[in-house]
Design a binder for this molecule. Structure first.
Ligand SMILES: Cc1cc2nc3c(=O)[nH]c(=O)nc-3n(C[C@H](O)[C@H](O)[C@H](O)COP(=O)(O)OP(=O)(O)OC[C@H]3O[C@@H](n4cnc5c(N)ncnc54)[C@H](O)[C@@H]3O)c2cc1C
Ligand code: SF4
Ligand code: SF4
Length: 403
């Protein structure tokens, strides 16, 4: 693997200068001036003791740098925001694997390509590990999320990076390289999976993350087939080792500014990034930052819906949940687009709220039905979806990832 050295940095755009990290750091690596809190690269030993107590997440930045060339504290004192990822010296950057570029482009094609991340999104680390030098994770848990009788086997798989910091943001993906070779004897190509845990991990302070994986047993035309990577992942046991590459994705990221709202629309495993974003907001609930969460979540039936139980426990004032079930005996079929139409007043309000960011994730094709529903909502309120959508994209307010 290309040598990667990471430097611990504090995001001055998010930090509220509360001094918690300076008090926490056991080796006094953190200092401040009247403008910024900064980390002394030569003192910080990467112990992460400062990460869980930081109330904003501003502390949790680990940027790749050229070996021996960290940013000095004098440079950090002048920053209003973290340097753009493009400022990372080229020599240390790993090119995005071709497979990943293709998969990402297909996943965002549903609404005409990727849309830039919200202005207040955390700067993501990308392409730290590739197929020539993957990071090894250990399976810390593998739990079935869907009911015993459900047709889909969807699993919550927790990966532990063994003390190695693998920086991930809500909405990013990781690549899994399944072992073995295909029918032609070539190594299997990489598959992408959305990160389902928030940036501080499934268990805060431990270097881990969760995935939401559906076992593929039939193809998109419903013909029986055993998906290579999903079956590999779903069969993993606690303690098994997995080769991971990434992280990937710089666009499908959540806003960080106080007062920002999220409208999340998903089906099946499309719930993974929504769970990450919701959990991030839930862990910060005591900060009373404002903003609303609205979720439209489609599945065949309640026991086919990943995270149904935990979602039901969230307070109504924290998240406005709208389930749509398409196969409940004796009930009419409902899809996410039906629920969006039913909630047209609030949906219209959120579309017009500059602080609301909309995310769609799930099976390819779902974006068409949602697009039609938004068109109807706009029509009902005298708006024009076709004119609005380019504006939403321009403002980084409409993000689609379907596969
Ligand atoms: C950006 C991105 C994020 C993703 N996030 C997730 C995630 O969070 N959770 C998750 O489970 N998957 C996710 N996927 C899909 C995942 O990458 C794999 O495509 C999926 O697990 C199937 O891989 P496989 O190796 O099991 O099947 P393969 O062996 O690659 O394919 C077997 C057959 O199944 C078909 N097929 C592939 N995927 C599906 C599917 N989802 N449903 C039905 N048929 C399918 C293929 O067309 C093929 O005919 C994501 C994909 C992308 C591009
Ligand atoms: S604990 Fe977090 S918010 Fe507080 S000063 Fe440190 S980095 Fe900033
Ligand atoms: S990672 Fe550890 S050494 Fe570095 S700043 Fe945080 S607490 Fe201090």
């Amino acid at each position: 693997m290309t040598e990667i050295v990471k430097q611990h940095l504090i995001d001055p755009g998010i930090c509220i200068r509360c001094n918690t990290c300076e008090e926490t750091c056991p080796v006094k690596a953190i200092t401040h001036d009247s403008r910024n809190y900064v980390v002394k690269a030569e003192v910080c030993n990467d112990c992460r003791a400062c990460v869980p107590p930081c109330p904003t997440g501003a502390i949790d930045n680990w940027f790749p740098i050229a070996p021996g060339k960290p940013w000095s504290i004098e440079e950090q004192f002048t920053w209003d925001e973290l340097p753009a990822p493009a400022a990372v010296p080229v020599a240390t950057a790993i090119a995005e694997p071709e497979d990943v570029a293709r998969l990402t482009s297909e996943a965002t094609a549903g609404q005409g390509g990727p849309v830039a991340a919200p202005w207040s999104a955390e700067k993501p680390a990308v392409n730290l590990y590739n197929e020539k030098g993957p990071i090894t994770a250990t399976v810390a848990g593998n739990f079935r999320l869907t009911g015993d009788k459900a047709s889909a086997d969807i699993r919550h798989i927790v990966l532990d990076f063994g003390g190695v910091h693998f920086p991930l943001l809500e909405g990013q993906n990781i690549g899994i390289v399944p072992p073995g070779t295909d029918a032609q004897g070539r190594p299997h190509h990489v598959r992408l999976y959305s990160v389902a845990s928030p940036r501080d991990g499934e268990r805060p302070g431990y270097h881990n993350c969760a995935l939401t994986v559906k076992r593929v047993t039939e193809d998109h035309e419903k013909k029986p087939v055993k998906g290579v990577c999903s079956n590999y992942l779903c069969d993993l046991k606690k303690g098994d080792k997995v080769q991971v590459i990434g992280p990937f994705g710089s666009n499908f990221l959540m806003p960080n500014h106080a007062g920002s709202s999220l409208m999340m629309i998903c089906t099946g495993t499309g719930s993974a990034p929504m769970r990450a974003m919701t959990e991030r907001r839930r862990r910060r609930i005591d900060l009373k930052e404002g903003g609303e969460l609205m979720l439209f979540f489609g599945a065949r039936a309640p026991d086919e819906l990943p995270y149904f139980g935990p979602l039901m426990k969230l307070p109504k004032e924290f998240i406005d949940i709208n389930f749509a079930f398409s196969r409940v005996p004796g009930q009419p079929k409902q899809y996410v687009q039906d629920r969006i139409r039913e909630r047209h007043e609030d949906v219209w309000r959120q579309i017009n709220d500059e602080n609301c960011y909309i995310y769609l994730c799930g099976l390819k094709g779902m974006e068409k039905g949602v697009d039609e529903a938004f068109r109807d909502v706009c029509r009902q309120h005298g708006g024009d979806w076709d004119a609005l959508l380019p504006q939403l994209r321009e403002k980084s307010r409409y993000h689609v990832e379907t596969y």
